[in-house]
Design a protein around this ligand. Structure first.
Ligand SMILES: CC(C)(COP(=O)(O)OP(=O)(O)OC[C@H]1O[C@@H](n2cnc3c(N)ncnc32)[C@H](O)[C@@H]1OP(=O)(O)O)[C@@H](O)C(=O)NCCC(=O)NCCS
Length: 177
């Protein structure tokens, strides 16, 4: 992927982009796109490991404003024609409409060029910004899955606390629910 989003560039992230991830997560205090750890700024090693892990089975895309990474999105295949979409905007650039623009663009690209008929989101019911973004980007609420998502309070799934998740979907034109 390499898209022009009204002056922003959206492109696939690769292992060599670790510097961008380190710079973009400097002000983060919670988990970023690539997983529950670290919950905060990424070191070079964290960034290299995360990008390598994503390259194996999933794809992460960066939104660049000039030389800086301002947002990242990830597509995680989940069966024929379907993938989960995850997103993150760097803390200093939230509430500028970046998330909505990027989610709309990557969703449209996924339908048109990646052969995906269904793109879906998994959202914590307490994540008001993400819920608002999902609706604003044209996704539809589908269902609540009880105790489906981890809080990552513990590494062992059996010891972890699990919470409900809300599933939102976007289907290719003519197939939206
Ligand atoms: C969720 C997130 C991506 C939103 O990105 P963003 O660029 O700030 O969102 P936008 O500026 O495009 O706003 C989209 C909509 O959400 C609303 N919104 C954004 N932040 C909000 C907040 N803190 N509280 C309430 N509404 C909020 C905006 O007002 C806008 O609504 P509108 O279209 O009705 O005007 C960002 O907060 C983030 O990276 N959070 C941490 C990672 C995360 O939670 N990812 C989602 C996991 S499911």
């Amino acid at each position: 992927m390499d898209l022009d989003l009204d002056g922003l560039r959206v492109r696939t992230l690769v292992a060599g982009d670790a510097d961008l991830v380190v710079e973009a997560t400097r002000a983060e205090r919670r988990p970023a796109l690539w997983g529950p750890r670290p919950a905060g700024p990424y070191s070079q090693d964290d960034a290299r490991a995360a990008l390598r892990a994503w390259e194996a089975e999933q794809v992460s895309y960066g939104v660049l404003d000039g030389p800086r990474l301002v947002a990242a999105l990830g597509l995680m295949p989940s069966g024929p024609g379907a993938a989960e979409l995850a997103y993150w905007v760097r803390p200093e650039r939230r509430r500028e409409g970046l998330g909505r623009r990027a989610v709309r663009a990557v969703t449209a690209w996924a339908h048109a060029h990646a052969g995906l008929t269904r793109v879906w989101l998994e959202i914590d019911p307490d994540n008001a910004p993400s819920l608002r973004l999902a609706e604003s980007a044209g996704y539809r609420y589908e269902e609540r899955m009880p105790r489906h998502c981890r809080t990552w309070a513990a590494d062992d799934p059996a010891q972890d606390v699990w919470h409900d998740c809300l599933i939102w979907t976007h289907e290719a034109s003519g197939r939206r629910r």
